[in-house]
Design a protein around this ligand. Structure first.
Ligand code: SF4
Length: 918
């Protein structure tokens, strides 16, 4: 910094490699002046390279050429490519245009001589096609007086040689330039600087700088330990020097961002005790389209003309960005909830379908509908084709009229994001510079692509800890640097060469990722720059990353030596172990007893209590619900309901147009009429279930052909099942969909039993239909995966019980499984001794065990035992929708300890044929 200050003091200018580096150097300069006690000083002449080149070129632009912004250039590439033969396998025009734009920029920087057509004569294949596009683009730019930003350094170089006399208004000498934070200077940059006059780089050459004596290289066990050690080091540094500036550099920051942010927040909280401000900021932004306020604007623009997916509508309505007040926001969310509650979900929602669902209770708030309808009308009244600028004005007015960006005060993040959004909109508006017009949907597509390609980063708050990637770290200075992820796989980084340029050319010009050598050289230069830009630099790598063994960076081994294990002060320190933790962890054993005795949810509540007490608490007491995403056809649950209804009618006796005994089934079979019989029942059920307006009916949105196919599927499935039941011992179905209310230790449950058969001399078989492979092993152990049938057997059946059976109704896999006292005489003759029904008969001991276990589950539930204790964290939580409520992921190690899986559960997706209790 001293050198820079001296340079500025002598009237020189400083060129930084990036905007961020320029801001950082300027901030350091201002801080130094303040420290000197000064209240005013001249603005230091510090510029980012690109900005400086553009401004100098504008001063020289006597021909009045128009500088294309990136969007305009991409549009020009798109038009050029559209008029030429396509490249096989690269059909997506936008991506192709981006690739061409990037190839053009590479040529301008690394191989300017090939910008002349004669320099590309030998190119073949895809490169030759690109060469043709480039010729067209150049011709068009010449004709229309346009210029791409990538050509500015070359044009400026020529202009400077042609006009060696400095521009009027200057002192007659061009100020000398000092370059800060450049990893390497390209020959095109050197040529420009030479044309300018006097210039220097701000560091000594690699050789002059000597070997790195301030660098260390460590190996750690895994990434968690690596981050932990890094935060300890940061805290120790800040404790010993409050004003110190530090930097964390990591390869692959995008994927490590969440992990780092959490660790830094924890460290910041812990640092408060030491009166240390561990403030940090990321230099890497995120796509502007991912910012909530911007995403909501895009969705509303799209919704005017095209349907949105259900998850998009759900997000939009609950985001608050299109609600006029809190009441409206809640009403919108409730509308969505009510629609789902009625089974009205659908994969996509057009605006009309959403606003006119047919029932007053399901209609969104009137004021909201009025605002959005007015916006749609004004779009309908607009000319179909307009200039992008006119669409920009329309979009701004439309968004304002629908209440975007909502009623909440804007945070600094939203404020900055909206500022960037307006800039991107303006850039999109500039696409009409040539008088072209477009339709609204094309305009929305253009804006969507533009905001997706725009990386939004918050303005720097000049935090003491900067977190960045190796290349963007250029020009940033710090008193200490920790470089994470220095493995052989990640450093040097790897990438792909540009597919539109000859590989040999890319290699010869040392373009990025053209060869391992060029990546190595760049990484080596960056490493050297890190050595020079700080007093202390620590590199680390994790031996295990994503479950894979990694090796240390060879480049670092060459420059620093073999990695060493971490010193103990960055693992566990005595002060740390004695420190009173800020977060006090305690087991919350408080229980709020269930205030009533009747619970909705039937036996499912006790199954949940067994799987994870918190699951039962959240669903039965807090009414937490899962949301089944809509499918184009019937979902698994709906198909399961239909199958139950068909089987209910088939075995519902004469009252339901069905049968109830094996004898009746045999009679139908003798007449070879099973399929016709089932078909009649299926048709009746389909008619009933899809009657619009009937209570409990299914949504009427399904096409007739889809319902026909479903009817055929059901007919086939149930016919197969009846063929299977023909093999049974004599039986009489005494009940289907039997309702029962049971009281278990004071907890009342309403149940509905799929079917009860009488066999032998008055024994009963309880049967439940499933289309999954759930079997009786799910009833085993102290924490069964399923208690439904054991509960029916022990509490809901009056009289003598012969057994409990799961009827697995699955194509080509029809079977009964379960526990029966004597399966061969009461169920199926000829069962082998190896069959589970024979091997593991039902007995009184088992019944007593289930009774005790179920009573205990009921008592636990009534007592308010809501422990977050999944039976098997990996499998139980995977099938549960409550992660956000129980926050299990934040307590994963605890959950793993609590898990006492017996590894025996077989509960699978029940495909809609699971619990159906009242
Ligand atoms: S996600 Fe896991 S811990 Fe959380 S409620 Fe569900 S089963 Fe329990």
């Amino acid at each position: 910094m001293e050198r820079i200050e001296e340079w500025l003091g002598q009237g020189g200018h400083v060129l930084a490699s990036t905007q961020r580096a320029a801001r950082r150097i300027a901030a350091a300069y201002h801080a130094a002046r303040q420290k000197e006690g000064r209240t005013a000083w001249p603005t230091p002449m510090i510029f980012a390279w690109d900005e400086w080149v553009r401004d100098r070129w504008l001063e020289q632009n006597r021909a009045g050429l128009m500088l294309l912004n990136p969007l305009q250039e991409q549009m020009l590439w798109t038009r050029v490519i559209r008029n030429r033969p396509a490249i096989e396998g690269l059909q997506h025009l936008d991506r192709l245009a981006q690739s061409a734009q990037s190839a053009y920029s590479l040529l301008a920087r690394y191989s300017p001589e090939t910008l002349e057509a004669k320099g590309r004569l030998s190119w073949t294949g895809d490169a030759a096609i690109f060469s043709g596009w480039l010729a067209d683009l150049d011709e068009r730019c010449r004709r229309e007086g346009l210029v791409s930003a990538c050509r500015l350094p070359l044009l400026l170089t020529d202009a400077l040689w042609q006009n060696p006399t400095p521009e009027s208004g200057t002192s007659g000498i061009r100020p000398p330039l000092l370059l800060a934070g450049f990893d390497r200077l390209l020959s095109s940059q050197k040529a420009l600087l030479d044309a300018w006059g006097r210039w220097q780089e701000d560091f000594a050459s690699e050789e002059a700088a000597g070997p790195a004596t301030n660098a260390q290289f460590f190996v750690v066990q895994d990434e968690a330990q690596e981050v932990e050690a890094c935060t300890r080091w940061l805290r120790a540094k800040l404790r010993s020097n409050h004003g110190v500036r530090l930097m964390v550099v990591t390869t692959n920051l995008q994927s490590r961002r969440g992990e780092l942010e959490r660790a830094m927040l924890d460290a910041a909280q812990a640092s408060e005790e030491d009166d240390v401000d561990l403030d940090f900021e990321f230099s890497l932004g995120q796509p502007l389209a991912a910012v909530g306020a911007v995403r909501s604007a895009l969705l509303m623009m799209r919704w005017l003309v095209e349907p949105l997916s259900e998850s998009e509508v759900d997000w939009l309505l609950t985001s608050g960005y299109c609600a006029a007040n809190a009441e409206e926001e809640i009403a919108l969310a409730e509308t969505m909830l009510a629609m789902r509650g009625r089974g009205w979900e659908r994969p996509q929602w057009s605006f009309e379908a959403f606003c006119i669902p047919g029932l007053p209770s399901l209609t969104p708030p009137a004021a909201w509908v009025t605002r959005l309808s007015a916006a749609r009308r004004s779009l309908e009244l607009s000319p179909g084709q307009q200039s992008p600028l006119e669409w920009v004005r329309f979009a701004e007015q439309m968004l304002e009229s629908v209440g975007w960006p909502g009623f909440r005060p804007q945070s600094s993040v939203v404020f900055q994001a909206l500022k960037r959004w307006r800039q991107v909109l303006e850039e999109c508006g500039s696409l009409g510079y040539d008088g072209s017009q477009m339709e609204w949907s094309d305009f929305v597509g253009t804006v969507t692509r533009a905001v997706s390609d725009t990386i939004f980063s918050l303005e720097s708050s000049d935090a003491p800890v900067q977190i960045t990637e190796p290349l963007p770290a250029a020009g940033l200075v710090a008193e200490g640097i920790w470089f994470l992820g220095a493995s052989a796989e990640a450093w040097p980084g790897r990438g792909q060469p540009n597919p539109l340029l000859p590989v040999a050319l890319q290699r010869d010009s040392s373009m990025p990722h053209s060869s391992h050598k060029s990546d190595w050289e760049l990484a080596n230069a960056v490493t050297g720059r890190l050595f020079r830009s700080t007093n202390e630099v620590i590199f680390s790598y994790a031996q295990q990353s994503g479950g894979v063994e990694t090796r240390p960076s060879r480049l670092l081994e060459q420059r620093i030596g073999k990695p060493h294990p971490l010193p103990t002060e960055w693992t566990e320190t005595p002060q740390d172990s004695n420190r009173r933790p800020l977060t006090e962890v305690f087991a919350d054993t408080s229980r709020i007893p269930f205030p009533t005795d009747l619970v909705a949810g039937g036996s499912e509540t006790l199954t949940r209590q067994s799987l994870c007490p918190f699951q039962a608490f959240a669903t039965a007491r807090l009414n937490a619900q899962d949301w089944e995403p809509a499918e184009t056809g019937l979902n698994a649950k709906q198909r399961g309901q239909l199958l139950h209804s068909v089987l209910h009618q088939v075995w519902g006796g004469k009252a339901h147009g069905g049968i109830s005994t094996l004898v009746e089934l045999q009679k139908i079979a003798q007449q070879r009429d099973i399929r016709n019989f089932v078909q009649r029942v299926v048709n009746a059920v389909m008619r009933e279930q899809f009657t619009p307006g009937r209570r409990g009916s299914m949504p009427a949105r399904f096409p007739a052909r889809l319902l026909e196919l479903e009817a055929e599927r059901l007919t086939q499935l149930v016919s197969e099942w009846l063929e299977y039941e023909l093999q049974r011992q004599p039986f009489h179905v005494i009940d289907t969909e039997r309702k029962a209310e049971v009281n278990i230790g004071g907890l009342r449950l309403r149940l509905r039993l799929d079917r009860v058969d009488r066999v032998g001399d008055g024994l009963q078989l309880v049967i439940d239909y499933k289309s999954s492979d759930l079997g009786p092993s799910a009833w085993r152990g102290p924490r069964p995966d399923d208690v439904q049938l054991p509960l029916y057997a022990t509490f809901a059946v009056q009289g003598r019980l012969e057994g409990l059976l799961i009827a697995q109704v699955r194509r080509n896999e029809m079977k009964f499984c379960g526990r029966v006292q004597n399966a061969a005489t009461s169920l199926l003759p000829g069962l082998s001794g190896n069959n589970g029904l024979v091997k593991d008969p039902l007995n009184e001991t088992q019944m007593d065990e289930w009774r005790r276990l179920i009573e205990q589950l009921a008592l636990d539930f009534l007592a308010g035992n809501a422990q977050v204790a999944p039976k098997d964290p990996a499998r139980t939580c995977e099938r549960c929708c409550l992660h956000a409520v129980c926050r299990i992921n934040e307590n994963q190690p605890l959950a793993a300890l609590l898990g006492d899986s017996d590894g025996d559960s077989t509960r699978e997706d029940e495909n809609g044929l699971g619990e159906r209790d009242a």
